[in-house]
Design a binder for this molecule. Structure first.
Ligand SMILES: N[C@@H](CCC(=O)N[C@@H](CS)C(=O)NCC(=O)O)C(=O)O
Length: 310
């Protein structure tokens, strides 16, 4: 079986979500560190345009977005399951809320001037400027929460999370599920990356205790790999056969069409290629890159926009 290769960087909260799932499922993986800001030539060689962090590579298959990565890891190692049978729908809905509403409230709280100053302490001013410009361009068209509103919302969300933990050690029962991993990563960022903003947890100690249980899952067994070697590995591999042949056409776009896929928000860079699969839950594009060869790039449907390219 081909290695799992996670392209990520240590301070990325969405990457922390995946690293902990790798830990919970006791998986071995290869770790490629990628830049925090553009340019990212080695990332684009594999994804064809998508620049968000993290993404997962398995040979010549590239999986974008952590919601899809969760499904891939569940398929690879079904136990312990991310989707408890009795709470499957609820678990995914809580995860989606956490990856969007909770995440942006937490980040607006974390990165208000005091948090940003501590996080970027020691960073050269040019790097700081580049970071601000990069994230500014990524968030065009998005509504940004003001810090006071974000902090108030984050406090309410932490109380709600604490209520969920009143009866159970994890959010939806006795074991962590996809909801726990998604709720955890923005809170991890507050606690570990902007600890000067972590007073917000004082009112909900039960949340900190749950965070300790989550952190104890660890990151599985990882080994560093260079991005050059990851690209060479893609080139030497053949994309996996597509098993789910079901074609769900919502757009009037036939398989074989040249298309683009873009995130609905945050990071407008499209990936272009030939649409070779559109199942109920995901799209797959085939594209050929000078360095990576022919790769299949997979996206979830939810959160992404499919367009025909004329
Ligand atoms: N919905 C995406 C969100 C990913 C995301 O926003 N990641 C942040 C880092 S945690 C990012 O891409 N930042 C810009 C970058 O790394 O280039 C997912 O679940 O993977």
């Amino acid at each position: 079986m081909s290695d799992l290769i996670l392209h990520h960087y240590p301070s990325s909260p969405f990457s922390e979500k995946v690293r902990l799932i790798l830990g919970a499922k006791k998986l071995a993986w290869k770790s490629v560190h990628i830049p925090m800001v553009m340019p990212k030539p080695d990332v684009l060689a594999l994804t064809g345009g998508y620049r968000r962090t993290p993404f997962l590579q398995v040979g010549a298959d590239i999986y974008c977005d952590t919601a899809l990565i969760c499904d891939v890891l569940e398929h690879r190692q079904p136990l312990p399951s991310l989707y408890p049978a009795a709470e499957k729908g609820l678990a995914r809905i809580v995860a989606q809320w956490a990856d969007s509403t909770l995440f942006w409230a937490a980040m607006a709280h974390n990165l208000q001037p005091k948090g940003a100053a501590s996080m970027f302490e020691g960073m050269p001013p040019e790097a700081l400027k580049a970071f601000a410009a990069d994230r500014g361009a990524m968030s065009q068209g998005m509504t940004r929460l003001r810090p006071a509103d974000a902090t108030a919302a984050y406090k309410s969300y932490l109380r709600r999370i604490a209520h969920m933990l009143d009866q159970n050690p994890f959010l939806l029962g006795d074991a962590p599920c996809v909801a726990d991993f998604a709720v955890y990563h923005p809170l991890w960022f507050t606690r570990e990356r902007t600890p000067v903003m972590a007073d917000i947890f004082h009112a909900t100690p039960v949340v900190l205790e749950w965070m300790d249980r989550m952190a104890a899952l660890g990151h599985g067994q990882s080994e560093r790999l260079s991005s050059t070697d990851a690209i060479a590995l893609a080139r030497a591999s053949t994309p996996a056969a597509l098993h789910d042949e079901y074609f769900q056409d919502e757009h009037g776009i036939a398989l074989g069409s040249h298309v683009s896929i873009t995130a609905e928000s945050f990071g407008p860079e499209p990936t272009e290629g030939e649409l070779i699969s559109a199942t109920r839950t995901q799209f797959t594009l085939r594209r050929t890159d000078e360095r990576a060869g022919t790769v299949h790039v997979h996206f979830p449907r939810v959160g992404f926009v499919l367009r025909a390219v004329k």
